[in-house]
Design a protein around this ligand. Structure first.
Ligand SMILES: Cc1cc2nc3c(=O)[nH]c(=O)nc-3n(C[C@H](O)[C@H](O)[C@H](O)COP(=O)(O)OP(=O)(O)OC[C@H]3O[C@@H](n4cnc5c(N)ncnc54)[C@H](O)[C@@H]3O)c2cc1C
Length: 314
């Protein structure tokens, strides 16, 4: 059976540019919106049997899709259900973080305030263990229901999710998260609402949200003695407690703020944001990221790693 017969609502040659927060990139050979886990499982099995590459996209707020696009199937999870069940909240992976956060505030739950201002879906957040310096999605997760690369349905408890900084078992094994159980306490959401407001105001001041981007482009870097030695011209003592040096600090010290390649630029507001400044292509953004990596390595012998997922061929 061909793919069009198997999945009636499949779209061919779907443009992805408008779906991404970077507003760049080519299309995908196939694109399918999926509502339930059985269809997801059947889709994964079909792709395996027919050697079709597949990838799930959430809000596409942490990806850079090549100008040549993706030569396979992009899956989008349409289910956005949020339900309170006994001691946890059950949330579909396609739910936006902002809708989830609003739900928690409306239902007197506290502890999800750190998600304020992070675009994206719950699935994308769990995949990359999204968060802020002192809190990430792993802190509020109980378990995730997912489909393995081979099409098996698995429920993985938090302690087996191998969460670390911007990493998880889902990223390592390419599992597709379908839904998750979240645990939060009941409490005074008036304080939470104030925290959310404050954090959004701070983001608006510090981040170039007026330009398309994918948030912080590079991962922050673990402090080592060697690194401290390479950075001896700067006072890095303020970072000692957290044990990491923000990639943005290094990029700023290397005087790369405002550096441009084509229509892509290192933001002047936040050095770890590469922005689509003037009709950039994905190639411009990629080449800019390579230039930043090169300069940081030359100056400080540090190999920056992208936090943003590169999709397709660059
Ligand atoms: C302005 C701005 C600010 C940001 N601030 C932050 C921040 O403070 N902290 C932070 O951590 N991030 C931040 N980000 C990055 C981004 O919003 C998060 O990483 C978010 O969690 C990504 O979710 P998404 O649904 O957009 O994932 P996508 O970008 O769609 O996908 C990212 C990766 O996750 C995979 N994925 C998506 N859904 C699933 C699923 N259901 N199952 C398995 N894999 C999946 C994709 O295949 C891809 O590899 C920011 C981005 C922007 C644009």
């Amino acid at each position: 059976m061909n793919i069009k017969e198997k999945f009636k609502n499949i779209e061919l040659n779907k443009s992805l540019k408008g779906l991404t927060t970077f507003k760049v990139g080519g299309g995908s050979k196939y694109y399918l919106e999926i509502l339930d886990i059985e269809e997801l499982q059947s889709c994964v099995k079909y792709c395996n049997d027919n050697k079709i590459e597949f990838l799930v996209l959430g809000w596409a707020s942490n990806v850079l899709i090549s100008d040549n696009g993706f030569d396979g199937l992009i899956i989008k999870l349409k289910n956005q259900e949020i339900k309170i069940q006994d001691s946890f909240i059950s949330v579909s992976a396609g739910t936006s973080l902002s809708n989830f956060l609003q739900f928690t505030l409306d239902n007197n739950f506290i502890g999800a305030e750190f998600l304020a201002g992070i675009p994206g879906t719950l699935g994308g957040a769990i995949y990359g263990n999204a968060g802020i310096p002192n809190k990430s999605i792993s802190d509020i997760l109980e378990s995730a229901l997912c489909v393995s690369k081979k099409g098996k349905i698995l429920e993985i408890k938090k302690e087996n999710c191998k969460f670390s900084y911007r990493n998880s078992i889902f990223k390592e094994n390419k599992y597709i998260i379908y839904s998750a159980k979240i645990i939060l306490d009941y409490g005074d959401t008036n304080i939470s609402k104030e925290l959310v407001k404050k954090s959004i105001l701070e983001r608006n001041l510090k981040q170039p949200i007026e330009y398309p981007s994918a948030g912080s482009f590079f991962k922050n870097v673990k402090i080592t003695d060697e690194l401290k030695n390479n950075l001896k011209d700067f006072d890095v003592s303020i970072f000692e407690k957290s044990g990491i040096i923000p990639a943005g600090f290094l990029i700023e010290k290397a005087q790369l703020k405002g550096f441009e390649v084509g229509g892509a630029k290192v933001s002047e507001k936040h050095a770890n944001f590469l922005i689509n400044y003037k009709n950039a292509t994905a190639g411009d953004i990629y080449n800019l990221s390579k230039k930043v990596e090169e300069v940081i390595f030359e100056k400080y012998k540090i190999k920056l790693e992208p936090e943003v997922q590169l999709i397709g061929k660059f």
